[in-house]
Write a protein that binds this ligand. Structure first.
Ligand code: CA
Length: 454
């Protein structure tokens, strides 16, 4: 045997020189990898095969220059690759034709020596893109919208698009179709602008709340970022309304200012000296007695037969029924649930006066006054029998209960803010000839005092 060694690229092959035996040394190829290892069945895919690819040196019998035979053939399964080219002893290139059924394939190589080798499961054919990219959501601008109207937004993040190769080898197209949702509500007019930007419109009518944003890319991959967008039942850009106001709510959760000690903020947004005010029965806001039949703006009927919600007490039409009963007062009027004083006997009716101690130390407050009732009554302050001196209960069907004033002083039991003075009145079964059996209550000569908070 007479061997001649030739160096061909990176591969050393041994061949027989001319004049020796006609047999040749047969070399086996080795497949290590295919790159890429995946292709879309809809398109041709150029691959590189890595491994050991020996070539055959052919010396002509008549002598002269030896030639190299680098002819390789390759198959994925039974599908032959095209344009198979030997590049060097470790590298081939080839083209996987389109139309191969999706699946995983081994590669079979046939060398110039007509030897074959196969490596299993080196290439995947997919009915779609091999490279699937994920979008990333980073931000939405603006990040708030009014539920009453549509909001145009810009979504920022990483927004890959898909290149779609044509099986015919014509120009590739780009698929930029994105879908987006705020919570479960799809956005409209979703438009990919560039790899970091898309625009969309949040439709109106989404319930107020904070929502995540979900994107679906052209690869059908999705990404969600939570708590990215707020839907409000109103304007997102709140403009404080403080024109002409020096204090109070600015309409946006803030304040237009605060008032100094001894003053308080009125509903009109101005600071006024804090005053203690309290009202007798049957008077207007300035304390002047009202005409008979008037609604009392301060005292309310809050419980009693047929009473389901508080309503204004009424100034009795007859302030002296039964031939001159009920005491007279210049600063108050007798009131009842109606103008004629008719009542369900033996059932309690509850009248309430609310008064505000805001700006005052409730432990220093004191109320004085006098009252009468037809027929019996109990006074309470904030739900309890008052602490103080004088008469807080008028019992029994006696004329003294309505023919004379009964003085009292309340010195404890006040609370910060709004307080309630209540009188529960029960009519008795007495009667006057030719008249209805009337009922009524009168509170007179009320005074209130207290020390402003520092
Ligand atoms: Ca009566």
């Amino acid at each position: 045997m007479c061997f001649k060694r030739l160096s061909l690229g990176l591969v050393v092959v041994a061949v027989l020189t001319a004049g020796c035996s006609s047999s040749v040394s047969v070399l086996e190829p080795v497949v290590e990898a295919v790159e890429p290892s995946c292709g879309n069945s809809a398109a041709a895919t150029t691959v590189t095969v890595l491994g050991t690819m020996p070539v055959k040196t052919v010396s002509p019998p008549e002598g002269g220059e030896a030639t190299i035979d680098g002819t390789y053939h390759a198959w994925f399964g039974t599908h032959e690759l095209t344009e198979v080219k030997w590049i060097d002893g470790h590298t081939l290139t080839a083209v996987v034709p389109p139309g191969i059924q999706a699946g995983t394939y081994g590669l079979t190589l046939q060398s110039p020596f007509n030897t074959r080798t196969t490596k299993d499961a080196v290439f995947e054919v997919r009915a779609g893109e091999c490279q699937v990219l994920e979008p990333v959501v980073e931000a939405v601008e603006p990040n708030c919208g009014n539920s009453a109207s549509a909001t145009a937004v810009t979504v920022l993040g990483t927004l890959p698009v898909k290149t779609v190769s044509s099986p015919e080898g014509s120009e590739a197209t780009i698929d930029t179709v994105y879908h987006a949702w705020i919570g479960a509500t799809a956005l409209v007019e979703v438009t990919w602008v560039d790899g970091h930007t898309l625009t969309a419109v949040v439709p109106p009518g989404i319930q107020a709340g904070t929502y995540g944003l979900t994107l679906q890319s052209p690869f059908d991959t999705r990404a969600t970022k939570d708590a990215l967008f707020e839907v409000r039942a109103g304007e997102c850009q709140c403009t404080p309304r403080c024109t002409g106001r020096t204090c109070g709510d600015d309409g946006c959760g803030g304040t237009c200012g605060t008032c100094v000690s001894g003053t308080h903020c009125t509903s009109a947004g101005t600071c006024e000296a804090s005053l203690l005010r309290i009202w007798n029965t049957g008077v207007d806001a300035n304390g002047a007695p009202l005409p008979v039949g008037s609604a009392d703006p301060q005292w309310q009927l809050v419980a009693g037969p047929g009473v389901t919600t508080p309503r204004a007490a009424i100034v009795l039409s007859n302030q002296h029924p039964g031939g001159g009963h009920y005491y007279s007062s210049s600063d108050s009027r007798w009131i009842w649930s109606n103008a004629d004083g008719s009542a369900t006997a033996s059932a309690p009716y509850t009248f309430r006066l609310r008064f505000d101690l805001t700006g005052f130390d409730p432990t220093t407050v004191r109320i004085t006054g006098a009252w009468g009732v037809d027929n019996s009554g109990q006074m309470t302050l904030n739900g309890s029998t008052p602490t103080g001196t004088g008469t807080f209960s008028l019992a029994g069907a006696v004329a003294d209960s309505f023919d004379a004033e009964h003085a009292f002083t309340i010195s404890e039991g006040f609370v910060a803010g709004v307080n309630s003075l209540e009188i529960q009145v029960t009519n008795a079964g007495d009667s006057y000839p030719g008249e209805i059996n009337p009922a009524g209550v009168d509170v007179t000569e009320l005074t209130i005092s207290g020390t402003p908070l520092p």
